[in-house]
Design a protein around this ligand. Structure first.
Ligand SMILES: [Fe+2]
Length: 240
């Protein structure tokens, strides 16, 4: 297997295997508190994402990597053809629809575990070589990769962006729209993984990439724990 498939398999084994983390289970069966928690915490995560991408751009000598990163950020932040604006605006709108105020989403702060994960992604972006940071940062998009379904051990009959899942999911209309935009992450994560594979040419670099990628997936584990903690804390505010 190549590096990209190794990464996808690690994501399947960690998050979509026989015993997925609680946060993944609830993502696929969300109550109102979980929906609000997801949008609130995801917004906090999104504040870091373009800055981590900036460090990849600053570190790489390769124009195709810079082109990819600009293209990715344009869809996320400015405009996606499948949405009215970029994905960011949609997350705020969906958060308001879920019962939060725009102000409280913007104000934050992230829950303690999300804060730890975000700090670590900043550390990776600052301290690790760009090719490792690229695997780590875009690994966060790989959780929505449609290609995970083709890997051995993937336990769900659908992915989070699939219409067949979203229709009966219990997500509100804008929440569904937000999750539908994660379909773009198949391309985002796939192109990033292909570029990492192209430029991680020797065995030592490939091993370092996988190590930093696994570190980022431990941070994703914290991300999902933060969702569960926030949803549990908000159960009284958003009764089922
Ligand atoms: Fe993306």
């Amino acid at each position: 297997m190549g590096l990209a498939d190794d990464m996808r398999q690690h994501v399947v084994d960690t998050f979509f295997g026989p015993e997925p983390p609680e946060g993944i289970r609830r993502l696929f069966a969300p109550d109102r508190a979980f929906q609000a928690a997801l949008l609130f915490e995801h917004w906090q995560f999104l504040q870091g994402f373009p800055r981590w991408v900036g460090s990849i751009i600053a570190g790489t000598p390769h124009l195709d990597v810079v082109q990819y990163e600009v293209d990715n950020l344009y869809g996320e932040l400015i405009h996606d053809a499948t949405a009215e604006h970029g994905h960011y605006a949609l997350v705020l709108d969906a958060g308001v629809e879920a019962g939060l105020s725009r102000e409280e989403i913007l104000r934050g702060p992230p829950g303690p575990k999300m804060a730890r994960a975000i700090d670590d992604w900043y550390a990776i972006a600052r301290e690790r070589p760009w090719v490792e940071a690229m695997a780590a940062v875009h690994g966060t998009e790989m959780l929505a990769d449609q290609r995970l379904k083709e890997r051995p051990g993937y336990r769900y009959p659908y992915q989070m962006g699939d219409e067949s899942f979203l229709r009966g999911s219990g997500y509100s209309p804008k929440g569904r729209q937000f999750l539908a935009t994660t379909r773009a992450d198949t391309e985002h994560a796939g192109r990033a993984a292909a570029l990492v594979e192209r430029y991680a040419v020797d065995a030592a670099t490939r091993a370092a990439v996988m190590e930093t990628f696994r570190r980022s997936m431990r941070d994703m584990g914290l991300y999902f724990e933060a969702l569960v903690e926030r949803a549990d804390a908000w159960r009284g505010r958003f009764p089922p």
